[in-house]
Design a binder for this molecule. Structure first.
Ligand code: PMP
Length: 311
């Protein structure tokens, strides 16, 4: 049986074989869901013979911000976290596009108000481009409300938040949808279970504001910047109504793992022509060009793993 994750992982700064990457079953993360995590991608560029971790610094900054919000103490350094990612990839000698999971969790066997010790684990999952990116997906609105910022830290990638996302995702799958769009407590569009939402109306790109109980997504930021700077598209960050989405010309959602996926319908109502639209395709191209390193723009967004080529 092939392993679900690459052979070597990183645990508390040490590279260990997959089967030795263990913590105690009574650790605080198991008891209280006390963890924050990142999903990142390493893009293999065959022409340059190197892998680029996309926006590593921004992911590490968000993870450390999440740990501060969760009152983890002491925080692992940015250098230690970066090394957990890079040394693990090098130990596996990975030369294909991978999804990377980096988790900071409360170890030890403590009571509820514990703040440490903090453990760090990282692993890689080889993952090629999904059919959802090329063909698009059908999405339904969830009957579950997206967690509110005064309930759980919605803009932080806290593991416990995903009880909400998982319930919504399971419901959507039961109902035959590929994915789920969640609304805020006020009934406004929030986000998917693992991606941030965009729609095109009258040639303008609209996305829910960061006060719509969304995760402050790094891909959302990438898309906004590429749309404005590369594609010359106006972008607004604002409150979005559910029924506006039915009127949109195009829609897509994005995330480090999801990349950029065209949304073909919402609640079985076609969006625009019901096929991936030209703006979505242009955003996808701009995204992959920069993430995979086919263009020289934004070198700071690409961290080379093997050092064979300039970012
Ligand atoms: N929203 C949620 C709930 C997510 O889990 C993700 C994936 N991390 C995103 C949005 C997209 O965030 P990012 O672009 O930083 O991966």
């Amino acid at each position: 049986m092939p392993l679900p994750t690459a052979r070597f992982m990183s645990l508390n700064g040490r590279v260990v074989p997959y089967e030795d990457c263990r913590i105690h079953a009574f650790s605080s993360v198991v008891k209280y869901g006390a963890a924050v995590f990142e999903g990142l991608r390493g893009y293999w560029n065959p022409a340059r013979g190197d892998m680029y971790v996309f926006r590593l610094k921004e992911h590490l900054d968000r993870l450390r911000y999440g740990m501060r919000v969760m009152r983890f103490d002491p925080l692992p350094s940015e250098e230690m976290l970066a090394d957990s990612v890079l040394s693990m990839i090098r130990a596996n000698d990975l030369r294909e596009t991978v999804h990377l999971r980096l988790i900071a969790f409360l170890d030890g066997d403590e009571e509820l108000a514990t703040t440490g010790p903090v453990g760090v684990v990282c692993g890689a999952i080889p993952r090629t481009r999904s059919k959802a990116v090329t063909d698009g997906i059908h999405v339904g609105v969830s009957s579950y409300t997206r967690i509110a910022d005064n309930v759980l830290p919605a803009r932080v990638k806290a593991t416990a938040n995903y009880v909400n996302n998982r319930a919504a995702e399971l419901e959507a799958k039961r109902n035959g949808f590929d994915g789920v769009l969640m609304l805020t407590g006020l009934g406004k569009v929030s986000e998917g279970s693992g991606a941030c939402f965009f729609m095109v109306r009258d040639g303008v790109l609209h996305t829910p504001s960061v006060t719509s109980d969304i995760l402050e997504s790094i891909t959302r930021d990438t898309v906004i910047r590429l749309a404005r700077d590369k594609l010359g598209l106006p972008v607004t960050e604002r409150t979005i109504d559910r029924h506006e989405v039915y009127a949109a010309e195009e829609a897509f959602w994005c995330g480090s793992g999801y990349e950029v996926q065209p949304i073909l319908s919402l609640d079985r109502l076609a969006i625009g022509t019901g096929t991936p639209g030209p703006v979505t395709r242009a955003v996808q191209k701009a995204y992959f060009d920069v993430a995979e390193g086919h263009v020289d723009d934004h070198p700071a967004w690409r961290t080379p793993v093997y050092g064979n080529a300039a970012p």
